[in-house]
Design a protein around this ligand. Structure first.
Ligand code: ASP
Length: 435
């Protein structure tokens, strides 16, 4: 058994966290590859190093004060090295980074230095070798990941017992390019799939995914095991623990992801796999998540089902304006287009007029301030009684359901309610199916 272990920013935010990480690695000799983020916040008291790096870079660009910020960044690293008693020459590294800032280096290079330095420190601390991500993760000229080259270089260069900085790679010409924020998860996933490890461990500051948002449900249950698809559905609707793009490489290679808590390493976290064999699991719903602030355009036209092109002309109205469409639930003589309210703010009337003229609809109703709540579970589609339970639970709470969306092959049920009913909807569903 071999593993990649990726440690997030909170897991490596100060010397105490470094010690926890070292213990985790020393107690598990199957961890052969370690991916590190830049230091995150410590008990919410200080800033994430990556945020400071962005701020520092922008201030320099805008001729605002940047030296103090660079000093703050340097001190965070110096303190870790000092407290861990490490013999590593950070001064030179920091000086080089500072000089490149003075020489107007590129932003991606500068902000990636948090991962770079932190990984060097960690490698020294645990006695692993440091491998620079710029030599194994590659992007093409358009900024897309060059999967082939990345896989090839990882298999060629990567040996066991190494620490690799997350979040960045390089173009063919050696310039640094970062992923989007939180991208160290992607680095870990790419390495896991290229090496073909048995498990991708993703160490963070929560003990796995919860069945619902703890700000809404008091002490929600943890999800022990779930499928990649369920994770995707829940994450899309707001449950965040892993970068969206991190799922694809490991999923293709069928490598389980294990979300674990650096502060409670004895817990087994959440395991994410392709298929859950043990369907004895009684629970029908794996998790509930949702988001507020959607706008729904409900287009009604008699005999619509037998006419060609109505839906296309409606969708074109949104396409023309590059508005992302979230869902399109349909009926016999109607269909609805659901979009984020922020995408149509101030142009609802314009869109309405265009829809009226292109679709020649009988009636268009617009609902604003809609929240979507998704209940995800791999067994949902097989159980028609679920709908009965779901809707009677909502009825009991006097919650008016405005929209229902479920594709034929889906593993979720999405319902739209007024924003003000968002929390009570999640509570009602949780109480019905979990408590
Ligand atoms: N440090 C980077 C960020 O804050 C990347 C990461 O932590 O994954 O976005």
């Amino acid at each position: 058994m071999i593993k990649v272990a990726k440690f997030g920013g909170t897991s490596l935010s100060n010397d105490k966290q470094f010690t926890k990480v070292r213990d985790i690695i020393k107690n598990d000799n199957t961890i052969k590859y370690v991916v590190a983020s830049a230091p995150g916040t410590t008990d919410g008291l200080n800033s994430k190093i990556t945020d400071l790096l962005y701020l520092c870079y922008r201030n320099k660009k805008n001729n605002n004060n940047y030296k103090e910020i660079f000093y703050e960044i340097s001190e965070r690293f110096n303190k870790i090295v000092e407290k861990l008693n490490l013999d590593i020459n950070l001064k030179l590294e920091l000086k080089n980074i500072y000089n490149s800032l003075e020489e107007n280096c590129e932003e991606d290079y500068f902000v990636s230095r948090g991962e770079y330095i932190n990984s060097k420190i960690l490698a020294e601390y645990i006695g692993f070798d440091f491998i620079d991500a710029k030599n194994i993760i590659f992007f093409d000229d358009d900024g897309f990941l060059n999967v082939e080259k990345t896989n090839m270089e990882i298999s060629k260069i990567l040996k066991e017992n190494v620490v690799i900085p997350g979040f960045y790679g390089s173009y063919d010409d050696g310039r640094i390019k970062t992923f989007s924020r939180g991208g160290s998860d992607i680095t870990g996933s790419l390495i896991s799939s290229a090496v073909g490890v048995d498990i991708y461990e993703n160490w963070t500051d929560v003990s796995g995914l919860l069945m619902a948002d703890p700000r809404i449900i008091n002490n929600p249950k943890k999800i022990d095991v779930m499928t990649y698809r369920e994770l995707r559905e829940l994450a899309y609707m707001g449950a965040t623990v892993l970068h969206d793009e991190a799922v694809f490489p490991v999923r293709e290679a069928n490598i389980p992801i294990n979300i674990r808590n650096t502060n409670q390493p004895q817990g087994c976290g959440t395991l994410i796999v392709e298929k859950v064999e043990d369907e004895e699991v009684e629970r029908i719903i794996t998790g509930i998540s949702g988001k507020k602030n959607y706008t729904v355009f409900c287009i009604n036209k008699a005999n619509m089902a037998s006419q060609v092109g109505i839906m296309k002309s409606a969708l074109d109205v949104f396409y023309k304006r590059k508005i992302v469409i979230e869902h399109v639930p349909t009926g016999i003589d109607s269909f609805s287009v659901i979009v984020a309210s922020s995408a149509v703010a101030n142009i609802i009337d314009k869109i309405l007029n265009e829809l009226k003229s292109t679709c020649k609809a009988d009636k268009i109703i617009v609902y604003t301030d809609i929240a979507l709540v998704t209940s995800v579970g791999r067994n949902i589609r097989n159980k028609s009684s679920i709908f009965k339970r779901l809707f009677s639970a909502l009825e009991k709470e006097n919650i008016d359901v405005k929209i229902i969306a479920q594709g034929l092959s889906e593993i979720n049920v999405i319902i739209g309610v007024d924003n003000r009913n968002f929390e009570s909807t999640i509570k009602a569903i949780y109480d019905e199916f979990v408590n």
